[in-house]
Design a protein around this ligand. Structure first.
Ligand SMILES: [Zn+2]
Length: 175
């Protein structure tokens, strides 16, 4: 079940990649497995740093009465911003593709009683690792590192920028 749900989020991430965006996808499912909303990180596409995959899926689902039975599925460990969303609306469960390339706040969610499933999915990890290697500045911008911010804004989508991924395990804001 979790793997099938992750497949939907992975497809969203691939769409994002094909658009030139950061390949992170997310889907919000109802307690009965109904797909309520899906989305992807569209920081680059929309020029909007608030459009993370999870917030995009959350907004696509529209107004909901009770989130407790729902599951947020995301290809990458959720950042503080998106973990805060899960906490704020009492979303009951989260399924995560991988946390190798970035470790967000899913341990914090688990401590709060959210059911956390970490799949350690090879496709998701390979997709992010490849993107980070090719677009380090865009990635650093997404996780809130200043060198990424300045380079990312001035150079846009240019490839081969310096910056690296050294900061990825610290508490940035990806998702
Ligand atoms: Zn996020």
């Amino acid at each position: 079940m979790a793997e099938q749900m992750l497949d939907v989020a992975y497809r969203q991430a691939r769409i994002g990649l094909s658009e030139g965006g950061i390949p992170i996808g997310a889907v919000l499912f109802g307690g009965d497995g109904t797909l309520l909303g899906e989305g992807r990180n569209r920081r680059v596409q929309l020029g909007d740093p608030s459009v993370h995959a999870e917030t995009d899926a959350f907004r696509a689902a529209g107004r909901q009465a009770d989130y407790r039975s729902m599951t947020m599925v995301t290809t990458l460990s959720p950042c503080w911003y998106c973990s805060g969303l899960v906490r704020q609306f009492n979303i009951g469960a989260i399924v995560i593709g991988e946390a190798r390339t970035f470790t967000g706040a899913h341990d914090w969610l688990a401590d709060l009683g959210v059911r956390v499933t970490l799949l350690d999915d090879e496709r998701c990890a390979a997709m992010m690792a490849s993107f980070i290697a090719e677009h380090p500045a865009i990635w650093n911008e997404d996780i809130g590192l200043s060198e990424g911010l300045s380079e990312g804004l001035s150079e846009g989508l240019s490839e081969g920028l310096s910056g690296g991924i050294s900061g990825r395990i610290s508490g940035g804001n990806s998702g």
